[in-house]
Design a protein around this ligand. Structure first.
Ligand SMILES: C[S@@+](CC[C@H](N)C(=O)[O-])C[C@H]1O[C@@H](n2cnc3c(N)ncnc32)[C@H](O)[C@@H]1O
Length: 216
């Protein structure tokens, strides 16, 4: 299952089955994948990279394209259907196979990963605006824990998504979205962060590029 059309079908099927965690009806496009992986070029090799929520792997493919021989990538994905698809890509897809020995697919929630300070870069596709406030807080805490001091994080949210959701939601959902916004704003304020608008994606998205304090 290695054609883009097959990946789109799989993604849509998982959106129907697991709307809450999938969070989108289409995989990220090429321009969003490039923006999400932009910080890789700022980091000296060898680099340890974590991709959270790779789904069908459009951002993974872009990461692999830029990978150096000593770099290592962990892919942490919660949905078993996507885990299986990614494993198949590492076994058969010509863009993935040459990198298989340097990559691990981990079937887990990112917030449950062990350890601390082991990654230079985290690239996240998690749909944070779909989650409960304590879950968002736990995920942001996990990102901080898993990154080394001075490590980088890039994640995205669809442009105006919170406002759009709030317009069609009841008061409970609006309160949740305000709570998520507070968590994200607090996290971004405590780091050096800049954002980049990617128009050429369906839908357009903001990419947040974060630099944790404490680097050399
Ligand atoms: C919006 S999709 C993004 C997929 C892919 N990165 C892309 O850009 O097309 C979100 C992905 O995050 C996964 N996911 C959701 N919650 C997760 C969690 N707590 N830990 C790991 N993966 C998670 C979903 O199963 C899904 O694959």
């Amino acid at each position: 299952m290695s054609s883009p059309l097959a990946h789109h079908r799989k993604f849509l099927a998982e959106f129907r089955r697991n709307f809450h965690t999938t969070g989108a009806i289409l995989p990220s496009g090429r321009y969003l994948a490039r923006a999400l992986t932009r910080q890789l070029a700022d980091l000296p090799a060898p680099r340890r990279i974590l991709e959270a929520g790779p789904g069908t792997g459009p951002v993974t493919a872009e990461l692999l394209r830029q990978l150096g021989p000593e770099d290592r990538v962990d892919l942490v994905e919660w949905n078993p259907a996507f885990v299986e698809l990614l494993q198949e890509r590492f076994a058969r897809d010509p863009r993935f196979v040459p990198h298989a020995a340097r990559c691990r697919v981990i079937h887990e929630r990112v917030e449950a990963l062990d350890g601390g300070g082991q990654y230079d870069l985290i690239v996240s596709g998690l749909p944070l605006n779909n989650f409960a406030v304590p879950v968002v807080a736990e995920i942001l805490q996990a990102f901080r824990r898993l990154l080394r001091p001075g490590g980088r994080l890039s994640f995205f949210e669809y442009a105006a998504i919170r406002r759009a959701k709030a317009l069609v939601s009841g008061s409970e959902q609006r309160a949740r979205l305000q709570g998520v916004a507070r968590e994200l704003d607090g996290f971004l304020a405590a780091t050096a962060a800049r954002r980049e608008l990617v128009w050429r994606n369906v839908p357009p998205a903001w990419v947040h590029h974060v630099l944790l304090p404490g680097g050399a």
